[in-house]
Ligand binder design. Structure first.
Ligand code: GTP
Ligand code: MG
Length: 195
């Protein structure tokens, strides 16, 4: 994928702020700090377009980035941050569930997991939601550069088992540090948006 243009569009708090041009959307969910924003930056080859939040758990918006007038990346707030209040957690759940249920342009959900660790309860719950709403999903196991190559297979297997992953869902091993998996993930994305 040749990136000609990428722009930050909006931090949307309410559905009426979501873009209305009906371009396909690729959304990213995952734990706080797992590397969602870094993944977007790597995909579009920009160092710092997707903001890495200094206050984890505070941001409750969906951040929209448009690439080549072709697709949006939609960066979800990270979940699982301990200091988040119950009210915030509920708001997060509501916003994400509404988005997954109603957002017509959503073509693919990336579930971003740290390849080093067993998926959390929240990861499993998120994956079950995606299955429940029949959202096409790609599991992205990121930070691959943090474990030796010899362990990649074992860790991918551990993640698939913990999530009870649907064998039809693609799994991409990724690193925002080295660019591993970038081309493969672009293939999955262009497939999903019929490009
Ligand atoms: P929230 O927005 O708080 O939910 O976090 P996030 O999921 O957007 O994570 P972010 O991209 O901000 O990355 C968190 C930290 O992990 C940063 O210090 C990144 O530099 C680091 N990081 C992200 N991806 C990778 C990776 O593939 N390899 C390595 N080594 N570090 C990574
Ligand atoms: Mg982020």
């Amino acid at each position: 994928m040749k990136i000609k243009d990428s722009q930050f569009i909006i931090s949307a708090v309410k559905p009426h702020q979501y873009p209305e041009d009906a371009l396909p959307e690729i959304a990213l969910a995952g734990r706080s700090n797992v590397g969602k924003s870094s993944l977007i930056n790597k995909m579009i080859m920009r160092k710092n377009l997707a903001r890495t939040s200094s206050q984890p758990g505070k941001t409750q918006q969906l951040n929209y980035y448009r690439v080549n007038d072709m697709v949006y990346f939609v960066d979800f707030p990270g979940y699982g941050y301990a200091k988040v209040s119950k009210t915030q957690r509920e708001q997060f759940g509501e916003m994400i569930e509404t988005y997954l249920r109603e957002r017509e342009p959503l073509k693919l959900q990336l579930l971003v997991i740290d390849v080093r660790h067993e998926p959390s309860k929240d990861d499993v719950l998120m994956y079950q939601w995606l299955k429940h709403y029949e959202i096409p999903t790609c599991i992205v196991a990121t930070k691959a550069d943090k474990i030796p190559r010899s362990k990649w297979d074992k860790h991918i297997k551990m993640i698939k088992t913990a999530l009870e992953a649907d064998p039809r869902d693609s799994v991409v091993l990724f690193s925002s540090e080295t660019g591993l998996g970038r081309d493969q993930l672009w293939d999955v994305i262009t497939d999903a948006i019929g490009y």
